[in-house]
Design a protein around this ligand. Structure first.
Ligand SMILES: Cc1cc2nc3c(=O)[nH]c(=O)nc-3n(C[C@H](O)[C@H](O)[C@H](O)COP(=O)(O)OP(=O)(O)OC[C@H]3O[C@@H](n4cnc5c(N)ncnc54)[C@H](O)[C@@H]3O)c2cc1C
Length: 351
């Protein structure tokens, strides 16, 4: 069978890129192992103002608008919403953090994302107050991935298989098993480390663990962000996460991290007792050393590409980058310099 683009990996990166390419009329085939991945485990949070420094994510207006458009378009196609807008309350943890929040409220460019400083809602322990954020919410990643998989299956554009690199033939034409293709795009998340063409790129992976809990009381109407976060996902149901560990890189949930997450919740939201932990999952984020995605083509094998490295921000960033990557394939439009793997050509692809 002749196709245009073979994609490897049905996480958020491969799925949203496949969607973009399919919309542009490419003949695609998406391969995936069919095992649980980071995208399914992820909370899917979108939060334009992050970290203790309350910094606005670079280009957030552009990324957010592309993400919301993409998820709306999918909602129309599948008659099912995937993005849930939900305001966020950032619990301020010191006087210094409160002063920073006050400054940010008056800073140009922040007004679209920050509302005001307010007192803590009932049950929440926040002596330094709470910063109200807007344009936040979460992507229901599992539902989206499931719908896209079914859609691609119905188009004959999905196969469940564990791709072996030795099955790829580069000459005289690009081929994988019975498939002749013009391009191959690897969207393998952290498993890109094993990739013979792109595995040398400087990933700096981070394991994350997350709990799904059942509470005995009503949930707050907002996401609570206290370094970790509580995400209300239904009547008396919430997710609690996520840990960030760059040392222990496996996908096993650990009792120690579960205890740490619950202890962290207890300090800011003692009202939420008792609760029951229904599910505990772990995944590995494809974070990179310079915090920028890894997108582009292999310097020698120019029809092999990578679309990866979205770290902890897949839900916000992937739709815009998928459109840029599709432009690059379609019209040879140069990729944004910061994400283009050309920045590593000399260091990681010589020899
Ligand atoms: C606990 C946790 C919480 C997170 N929370 C958030 C959040 O709130 N907001 C947010 O935006 N992001 C969050 N993230 C990060 C988010 O998950 C990532 O940005 C995103 O999932 C990356 O998607 P990906 O497609 O690159 O990788 P993955 O989801 O790992 O997908 C890669 C896929 O490739 C497949 N694959 C690899 N090799 C092969 C092969 N040889 N053959 C076939 N298939 C292959 C794998 O099986 C997998 O399905 C979180 C991550 C974790 C772990």
């Amino acid at each position: 069978m002749q196709i245009d683009i073979l994609l490897i990996g049905q996480g958020l990166a491969g799925s949203l890129l496949a969607w973009e390419l399919h919309r542009r009329g490419y003949r695609i085939l998406l391969l995936d192992k069919g095992l649980e991945n980071a995208s399914q485990v992820a909370a899917g949070l979108i939060n334009p103002i992050t970290g203790q420094r309350l910094v606005k994510q670079a280009e957030v207006e552009t990324l957010l608008s592309a993400a919301l458009n993409c998820y709306e378009q999918m909602a129309r196609q599948f008659r099912q919403g995937f993005f849930v807008p939900l305001p966020m309350l950032k619990i301020l943890r010191s006087q210094k953090e409160r002063e920073l929040a006050e400054r940010r409220l008056n800073e140009p460019g922040y007004g679209d994302f920050l509302v005001d400083l307010i007192d803590a809602p009932p049950g929440v322990n926040a002596p330094f107050g709470v910063l109200q954020q807007r344009q936040t919410g979460y992507l229901q990643t599992e539902a989206l991935l499931q719908q896209l998989r079914n859609f691609l299956l119905s188009q004959g554009s999905y196969r469940q298989t564990d791709l072996q690199y030795s099955d790829i033939r580069l000459q005289p034409a690009l081929q994988w098993r019975d498939i002749s293709t013009r391009h191959i795009v690897f969207c393998e998340g952290y498993q890109a480390l094993n990739n013979p063409w792109f595995g040398g790129l400087p990933f700096q992976l981070a394991k994350g663990e997350i709990l799904s809990c059942q509470s005995h009381q009503a949930m707050p109407a907002q996401i609570l962000n206290f370094g970790h976060w509580l995400l209300p996902v239904g009547v008396q149901r919430f997710k609690l996460g996520a840990s960030f560990d760059t040392q222990q890189l496996d996908t096993m949930p650990t009792p120690a991290t579960k205890a740490a997450l619950l202890a962290s919740l207890q300090t800011v939201y003692p009202a939420d007792q008792p609760h029951e932990v229904c599910q505990h999952r772990a995944g590995i984020r494809p974070t990179t050393r310079d915090k920028q995605p890894f997108i582009g083509s292999h310097p020698q094998h120019t029809r092999l590409h990578i679309f990866n490295g979205f770290g902890a921000k897949g839900s916000l960033a992937i739709p815009w980058y998928a459109a840029r990557f599709a432009d690059y394939l379609q019209q040879q439009t140069p990729l944004p310099v910061a994400c283009d793997i050309r920045r590593y050509y000399d260091a990681h692809f010589s020899a």
